[in-house]
Design a binder for this molecule. Structure first.
Ligand SMILES: NC(=O)c1ccc[n+]([C@@H]2O[C@H](COP(=O)([O-])OP(=O)(O)OC[C@H]3O[C@@H](n4cnc5c(N)ncnc54)[C@H](O)[C@@H]3O)[C@@H](O)[C@H]2O)c1
Length: 380
């Protein structure tokens, strides 16, 4: 990684880990305030002599980045087909991918036409999914506009849409492909219009990355929590988190080993998110899940006492919740975990934080320990 206080540049070389499901290419990642200005030039460097591009935009990110990206592309002589997709889980769908595909084909794309997605994880996921199947794969450029998309969703090669299940519920990320972007341009300046609660939700993933693999990053978050939560240090925040994420996904692109550590807090979070009428953001649910997982680790004697308190204190300073927002029965939440695990692979598996940089996967943990985790965040 090349880095300075205002610019960082990473290259994620997938060629070593390529296989039938993962094409051999590199992802160029440019981070820093003002990097949007370099977008058109980098598209030409990474995606060939692009004369046309499909632009998929989250209308919520139009003011922060959508208009600037359109102007940058057109200013560089690139003809643009602009498509809006709303950033909701119900629009993260096969229908939206079809809408992108039909419009793009009608307009006359070829295999060299890049698809540029501007938005958070929702629009990024569905646009990347469309790019991966259109003409069996268009070059993909991601311009993430939320902190979560910058530090997590835009890098790692996973694309996804949700499926409506027979009972009417939404099966999250059930349809997807691996299709790494050729270029990711993460400009922290576009976060200025992001609602503070969305920014904080992204910070939960940063805490997670620190605990999983970067004790120095964790120490920095603990030292500067308030300034970081106020949106200062954006370039360093994004660059250090992407260094963690890129290292993990390169070691384990298909999630057979280390990449599962990225699920720290997520088994609890998915159960919280499945509650009827729940309104917590994913990052907020992950924050709760990390506290619960730490309490389990302490109960099992795998983490020193005080670990859950340490995580809780940092999350609270970052403005994230550490207790459930409403009373909940341990039994109900535990059953919701079962639904999640059946969907995933049939056994309850928890990712436990032992110490900064040390993580353990536990299969079928004792029920009493799981209940301790739920009680640590206020379930009764
Ligand atoms: N592919 C992956 O590896 C991966 C990883 C993590 C999460 N995800 C997915 O990411 C999605 C969540 O993404 P998210 O947290 O980025 O939220 P999001 O895409 O749902 O966006 C949240 C809200 O912020 C708005 N917004 C986006 N950028 C803005 C800006 N700059 N200014 C003002 N408003 C802005 C959006 O319009 C939306 O209302 C989930 O669907 C999740 O499954 C994917």
């Amino acid at each position: 990684m090349k880095t300075s206080p205002s610019h960082a540049s990473l290259r994620l070389d997938w060629t070593r880990v390529a296989g039938p499901m993962l094409p051999a290419r590199a992802t160029r990642i440019e981070i820093g305030p003002g990097v949007l200005g370099g977008l058109a030039g980098w598209i030409r460097e990474e995606c060939g002599e692009a004369r046309r591009a499909v632009l998929v935009v989250d209308p919520g990110a139009e003011e922060a980045a959508g208009a600037a990206v359109l102007a940058a592309l057109e200013g560089a002589g690139i003809e643009v087909l602009r498509i809006e997709i709303a950033a909701t889980e119900s629009e993260k769908s096969v229908a939206s991918a079809m809408r992108i595909g039909e419009a793009a084909v009608r307009w006359g794309i070829d295999r060299g036409t890049p698809l540029v997605a501007v938005g958070g994880g929702c629009v990024g996921d569905v646009a990347a999914f469309a790019a991966s199947i259109l003409l069996r794969g268009l070059p993909l450029v991601l311009v993430p506009t939320t902190l979560l998309a910058m530090v997590d969703a835009a890098v790692g090669g996973k694309t996804a849409v949700n499926l409506r299940l027979p009972d009417g519920s939404l099966g999250r990320n059930l349809l997807g492909t691996f299709h790494p972007a050729s270029l990711v341009v993460a400009d922290p300046a576009v976060l200025r219009t992001l609602p503070p609660e969305e920014f904080r939700a992204g910070l939960a993933e940063c805490v997670k990355h620190g605990w999983i693999a970067d004790p120095a990053h964790l120490a920095w978050l603990e030292g500067e929590a308030e300034a970081i939560a106020a949106g200062r240090h954006g370039t360093r925040l994004v660059a250090e988190n992407l260094a963690v994420k890129t290292a993990i996904v390169l070691r384990d692109p298909r999630e057979e080993g280390d990449r599962r550590h990225l699920n720290l807090g997520h088994t609890f979070a998915h159960a919280i998110e499945s509650r009827p009428g729940q309104t917590l953001r994913h990052g907020e649910a992950v924050a709760l899940g990390m506290v619960a997982a730490a309490a389990v680790a302490e109960h099992l004697g795998r983490a020193p006492s005080g670990t859950a308190t340490r995580i809780r204190r940092l999350l609270a300073r970052l403005g994230l919740p550490t207790m459930l927002d409403r009373p909940e029965a341990v039994g109900d939440l535990r059953r919701a975990m079962d639904l999640d695990k059946k969907r995933v692979e049939g056994r309850l598996r928890l990712v436990l934080p032992l110490a900064p940089g040390r993580i353990e996967l536990v299969e079928a943990p004792p029920e009493e320990a799981v209940a301790v985790g739920w009680r640590a965040i206020g379930a009764t």
